[in-house]
Design a protein around this ligand. Structure first.
Ligand SMILES: CC(C)(COP(=O)(O)OP(=O)(O)OC[C@H]1O[C@@H](n2cnc3c(N)ncnc32)[C@H](O)[C@@H]1OP(=O)(O)O)[C@@H](O)C(=O)NCCC(=O)NCCS
Length: 142
């Protein structure tokens, strides 16, 4: 297994978009819009690979005030609960620290709160709805 940065527009990026669509959008009857994906050329894109097969991914987006926003965290369904999410998030945090960021924030799905809490994130908002499902703002000081 290898965690690495993904370059926007490459074959690995297409794999990442497919995984995110299958796990995060299709079950909700939603799609990505072109503008949303185009913006990702400026983001830090991260994938966990077994040879050339993508097992999980996430991305980091500029959020101002020395913070990055974590988005689109997803691990292949049959591989969840095996530590891949933790490895991805720790890699993302190390990149953020190395680049001088002080905080990671996110809009976390209610169903994933327990995962982020295990990695040291705290909720900082009331529940709100996004992509049709309940979310909370969570953050961690790096
Ligand atoms: C949420 C997700 C990214 C976690 O990745 P993962 O590889 O399954 O998680 P890990 O195996 O690294 O788990 C790390 C720890 O968090 C726990 N955990 C994982 N998912 C959890 C969840 N949904 N709720 C509570 N705890 C969870 C694990 O039990 C493990 O605990 P342990 O250290 O005590 O053993 C993954 O399950 C996923 O892709 N889910 C569907 C998409 C999704 O909800 N993405 C998040 C959008 S905000």
């Amino acid at each position: 297994m290898a965690v690495k940065l993904i370059d926007y527009g490459t074959k690995h990026y297409s794999q990442m978009v497919s995984l995110r669509y299958a796990l995060l959008r299709k079950p909700l009857g939603l799609a990505f819009d072109d503008g949303e994906l185009e913006e990702e050329m400026n983001d830090i894109l991260i994938g966990c690979f077994d040879d050339d097969k993508l097992e999980g991914c996430c991305l980091l987006k500029q959020a101002g005030d020395g913070a990055l926003r974590l988005r689109q965290m997803a691990v292949v369904s049959g591989l969840q609960g095996k530590g891949i999410g933790r490895i991805l998030l720790q890699f993302a945090e190390n990149i953020a620290r190395d680049r001088g960021y002080k905080k990671i924030i996110m809009h976390a799905r209610k169903t994933a709160i327990g995962f982020y809490e295990k990695l040291g994130y705290k909720t900082t908002s009331d529940e709100f709805e996004e992509v049709t499902i309940p979310h909370y703002i969570m953050e961690k000081i790096l």
